[in-house]
Design a protein around this ligand. Structure first.
Ligand code: C2O
Ligand code: CU
Ligand code: CU
Length: 529
């Protein structure tokens, strides 16, 4: 009798785990996993999913590091229609914790990767070269991208050095490139904060955790014409939690540390992996010195599992955020919040007016969803006065075209729930590249209803949506505004969204963006016809 995929994975996993344990014995730096407490170290999970992986390295005090800002990548060449980029994925050392070296898997060897800045309507082509030792797939999250450049989880780029061959790939009918691949992004879409990250089937969690994530900022004329803060006062913030081994390496509880065979994480981390160190742009609890003016912060939650409830607090009181954009770009008009809840993969584009705090204030970006060290994210020190010619106009966008549920031609339901130990499903099905859950027609609007057992941040590729109804109060949350591509669900929650797919037909995925759930099956296909 032929083995099922799962049995095959189990078998392949047993072999590679055994190999990995051997190296672990001879090398202290290797993750061994046996020293995790059965409860995952407990800790301050609040109502977020997941278990804290306790760091073995000393955790530094907060607010010692300066906020790094990832460098903007220059194109290697441009022509009338297109900007061409080259990125090499490779390992490199970074000093994330003081005095220790962390091996990161970086786009160009850095974490976060370099930022790509693009113009709406101008094509971007990125040649990705794989100098790591495992397969990769690159997804542009938020992109309206043709299927063969969307980073489909089995559309893999094998390592250039041949250390992982076609015969090693555990995936049905993969599409394989050897060493590098050119990703083509037409970018006929409005300005927004996107991000690019790894999407290898079954191993996205560890591969992003080790560093494969970067910003991709798309601009257009409408946004450029606004008087929002710019230049040094427009800053991307990639928020991600991580834990560390004693030697400074990232600590991730993979069932198979070689990442070659069995996917997923050790049992107690099945609901998700939480780090005990909060990084912003790759630095632990950093500080940014600001003037008493407006700043535009493009916040991204690049954590595997952790959800945040962000607030601004100083000893002289709480501050507010003025939200100007969400996943899918500018809002019609600004919305002021005291707090914003942010699930993995969500982006919130906010303006913070630091003149609401006196010069000399230290303003902590707090995470009210946690306690202890992970209740703090970073700090803004208001150190000087400066003139401010920026403002937030009442009208931000006149081109925002939200899908209208009244126009929907179909309603579909996707239930996100646990099927069994280590199996997370959509509608009771584990990810299978050959099963299509839905066939929406290009150009039409549909209502998609998502429900959950525990917290699941649900993400849909290609189509942006509007959240119009929620399970708790019926009403969307104050920060559910604008165009979205990811919607957070609380335990036993549901949301209804109006979604529209434009421009491309073909096979795409929707999935939980809790990366451990995603790797353990919570992903499905839809085909735009
Ligand atoms: Cu950000 Cu399919 O992912
Ligand atoms: Cu995506
Ligand atoms: Cu989930």
């Amino acid at each position: 009798m032929p083995l099922s995929r799962k049995e095959f994975l189990k078998l392949a996993g047993t072999i590679t785990v055994a190999a990995a344990v051997n190296t672990a014995c001879s090398n202290d730096d290797q993750f061994d996993g046996s020293d995790f407490p059965a409860d995952g170290g407990g800790g301050d999970t609040g109502d977020t999913a997941g278990e804290v992986v306790p760091s073995e390295a000393p955790i530094p005090p907060a607010f010692q590091a300066r906020l790094p800002v990832p460098p903007v990548l220059s194109p290697t060449r441009t022509d009338a229609t297109t900007d061409y980029y080259e990125i090499t994925q490779r390992t490199a050392q970074a000093e994330i914790l003081p005095g220790l070296q962390t091996t990161v898997w970086g786009y160009n060897g850095i974490f976060p990767g370099p930022t790509i800045e693009a113009r709406s309507g101008r094509k971007v082509v990125v040649r990705q070269r794989n100098e790591l030792s495992l397969p990769i797939a690159v997804h542009l999250h938020g992109g309206v991208t043709p299927p063969d450049s969307d980073g489909y989880p089995t559309d893999l780029v094998l390592p250039a050095d041949g250390s992982f061959t076609a015969a090693d790939v555990v995936a049905p009918d993969p599409t394989l490139s050897q060493g590098d691949k050119e990703y083509v992004y037409p970018l006929n879409q409005r300005a927004m904060t996107l991000w690019y990250h790894d999407h290898r089937m079954d191993f996205t969690g560890p591969q992003i955790y080790y560093g494969l994530a970067g910003f991709f900022i798309l601009r257009d004329d409408e946004e450029d014409a606004l008087p929002l803060p710019k230049g040094e006062r427009e800053i991307p913030l990639m928020i991600a939690d991580r834990s560390f081994n004693a030697d400074g390496s990232f600590r991730y509880p993979a069932l198979d540390p070689s990442l070659r065979g069995e996917h997923g994480v050790q049992g107690q981390f099945m609901t998700g992996v939480l780090g005990d160190v909060i990084l912003v742009n790759g630095a632990p609890w950093p500080v940014l010195e600001v003037s008493n003016t407006r700043y535009r912060l493009r916040m991204l939650n690049a954590s595997n599992t952790r959800e945040y409830d962000l607030r601004l607090e100083s000893d002289r009181g709480e501050g507010s955020f003025v939200q100007v954009g969400s996943d899918g770009g500018l809002l019609a008009g600004p919305v002021t919040h005291r707090n914003i809840k942010m699930a993995p993969a969500e982006r919130f584009d906010v303006v913070v007016d630091f003149s609401q705090f006196p010069v000399g204030s230290q303003v902590v970006l707090r995470n009210a969803r946690s306690s202890g060290r992970t209740a703090e994210v970073m700090r803004f020190d208001v150190v000087r006065e400066e003139p401010d010619d920026s403002s937030v106009p009442d009208t931000l966008s006149t081109t925002l075209d939200l899908p209208d549920p009244a126009q929907a031609v179909a309603t579909r339901r996707f239930d996100f729930f646990q099927l069994g130990e280590g199996d997370w499903s959509i509608n009771g099905q584990l990810f299978d590249p050959d099963t299509i859950l839905a066939r929406p027609a290009r150009g039409t609007t549909e209502i998609w209803e998502f429900s959950s057992d525990i917290n699941h941040p649900v993400h849909v590729h290609l189509g942006h949506f509007r959240i119009f109804e929620r399970g708790d109060t019926g009403d969307p949350r104050p920060w559910d505004v604008g165009l979205k591509d990811t919607v957070q669900l609380d335990p036993n929650g549901w949301a209804r969204v109006a979604i529209r797919f434009t421009e491309f037909t073909g096979k795409y995925i929707l999935h939980c963006h809790n990366l451990e759930h995603e790797d353990m099956g919570m992903m499905g296909n839809f085909e735009v016809t």
